[in-house]
Design a protein around this ligand. Structure first.
Ligand SMILES: Nc1ncnc2c1ncn2[C@@H]1O[C@H](COP(=O)(O)OP(=O)(O)OP(=O)(O)O)[C@@H](O)[C@H]1O
Ligand SMILES: [Mg+2]
Length: 507
């Protein structure tokens, strides 16, 4: 850059100051600060839920901040919409694409910037040629397996992601944001995408790279900003730090005294034994669970934890390996078989796995009991008092039992999803991120419910995307990375530092 008296030329491409965003009671971002210089790749690092995506969405104009300000080259800007951000030269690629499945690759790439005739009509021939040029220019390093006329909805996920990357990058934004944009790509494709970022950097353009992968930060980023609990807690030159220092920043070093394991473990036979269990999503998982024990599954999201839980519950078929429950070998063939053997399952992804949205609260509560019973005839008059009794500890707030479950708040819905099992007297409760997106009061109520169950001897296997929660609830934690158990944390190694280090190890 030529020396110039103009401050605008030296000012950061983009500066975020004190950005904040809440959703109801959930504080997604408390104080987001970020300064991106011209020609730099700036990594954003932080645990799940630390506010990275919320910060990015504000910069992308997709979410409006409650507080804080944005400056572009020293000038204050307001972004009311994604198109405002695009006009300001900010392009964003998320983990989920925003492509239109029914359109072709070329149409998606040109969307919103189609070539037009003098009468403002779309010139589809010229638009397509322009898209072809962009695909050739930017797709060559990416390992693309599509042509301009392929329908996007027919492409595999990784190929769709590459279309999205070409679409955004070929518009040459002055700032491109990759929010875990490479998560669905293989190694070669990721290298290709990074080659594009380097190319933009050589042109003096900037990038924000949200990633959980340390190796990516150290191979491509110039600086890194770390986020913790909704706040930016520090920015470092990458060449001046090492991974351990970054993990310390993520977790708030020095690490607190390790929490003491509160429960003495029974020495009896395991209630659930899993041996060398494998599927497409995980490999060679083994553990033994005792009565009253809480086994945590840690690691970044999407490393196979959810599939492991659903496999144990009989909802997915294992490829190989063994499951033994209370001395009886064999994986349950169906969830109903699992329930009869004393397993229970609840997911925080209520929309997909948990609630039957059009059904009443009563039906949602009764479903577990009905799954357990072999008889189709269960009288409501007999069932209702029992269900009310078993859920009485959960502080469920509702109008009438016949109201639709969708009338309940997220936290109360989750109490139904978990509370429905209490009456089935389960031996093992499988929890898949059970408190995702619910408020702190409802969380406390659920924890109380877990500890009551535990005292009765129930064992729990829990995956949680919230590290604090996992450390608080679990007696020991299997950390899963890429489908493998990479570490087991207990006693004085059961700390947030170790959890992060293991989750990021080899990633
Ligand atoms: N639309 C929303 N409604 C309610 N809560 C939300 C919403 N978006 C985000 N949150 C919550 O805000 C917090 C921060 O979320 P955000 O997506 O910014 O985290 P992140 O750092 O990107 O995490 P990850 O690494 O898992 O992608 C989380 O607790 C999340 O559950
Ligand atoms: Mg995110």
């Amino acid at each position: 850059m030529a020396p110039s008296p103009s401050t605008a030329a030296d000012a950061p491409v983009l500066e975020a100051r004190g950005l904040a965003k809440s959703y109801g009671q959930v504080v997604a971002l408390e104080c987001g600060d970020l300064t991106v210089a011209g020609g730099e790749i700036h990594a954003l690092l932080g645990s799940n839920g630390s506010g990275k995506s919320t910060l990015c969405k504000i910069l992308a104009g997709a979410v409006k901040a409650d507080a804080g300000e944005l400056l572009q080259r020293g000038r204050r800007i307001t972004l009311q919409s994604p198109s405002d951000a695009r006009d300001a030269g900010i392009g964003t690629v998320y983990q989920e694409t925003s492509l239109i499945p029914a359109l072709t690759v070329a149409q998606n790439i040109q969307l919103g910037i189609e070539a037009r005739s003098r009468l403002r009509l779309v010139d589809s021939g010229r638009s397509r040629r322009e898209a072809v040029r962009r695909i050739e220019d930017f797709g060559s390093t990416l390992g693309i397996r599509f042509g301009p006329d392929d329908i996007v909805g027919d492409l595999a996920i990784d190929q769709q992601q590459l279309v999205e990357i070409i679409r955004v990058v070929s518009r040459r934004p002055s700032l491109v944001i990759f929010d875990e944009a490479t998560a669905s790509l293989d190694r070669v494709q990721v290298d290709g995408a990074f080659a594009l970022l380097r190319r933009l950097r050589e042109e003096g353009k900037s990038a924000i790279l949200v990633t959980h992968r340390m190796d990516e930060i150290f191979s491509i980023a110039d600086r890194v900003t770390v986020m913790r609990n909704g706040r930016s807690v520090g920015t470092r030159e990458v060449r001046d730090v090492d991974p351990a220092a970054l993990i310390d920043l993520m977790t708030g070093a020095p690490a607190d005294a390790p929490p003491v394991s509160r429960r003495a473990q029974g020495s009896e036979q395991p209630i659930l034994t899993v041996r060398d269990l494998s599927s497409d999503a995980f490999r060679d998982v083994s553990f033994a669970l005792r009565r009253g024990e809480v086994l945590g599954l840690g690691g970044l999201q999407g490393q196979g934890q959810s599939e492991l839980l659903r496999t144990i519950f009989g909802a997915l078929k294992p490829k190989s390996g063994e499951i033994e429950m209370a001395g009886i070998p064999g994986a349950p063939a169906t969830p109903a078989a699992a329930v009869r053997r004393g397993l229970a399952f609840a997911s925080g992804d209520r929309k997909r796995y948990g609630t039957f949205a059009i059904r009443s609260i009563f039906e949602n509560l009764a479903i577990a009991r009905l799954a357990q019973s072999r008889s189709p005839l269960v009288s409501r008059a007999r069932l209702e008092p029992r269900l009310m009794q078993s859920i009485s500890g959960a502080k469920l707030k509702f109008g009438r039992l016949d109201d639709s479950i969708s009338t309940l708040s997220g936290g109360n819905q989750q109490k139904v999803v978990i509370g429905r099992w209490l009456d089935t007297d389960p031996k093992v409760l499988l929890l898949d991120d059970p408190t995702k997106g619910i408020d702190i009061r409802a969380k406390r109520d659920l924890y109380e419910m877990f500890s009551v169950l535990q005292e009765k001897g129930l064992a729990i296997v829990i995956y949680s995307s919230d590290a604090t929660e996992l450390l608080e609830i679990a007696d020991r934690i299997l950390v899963i990375n890429g489908g493998h158990v990479v570490d087991e944390l207990k006693d004085d190694r059961k700390t947030e530092f170790e959890l992060n280090a293991a989750a990021l190890k080899g990633a």
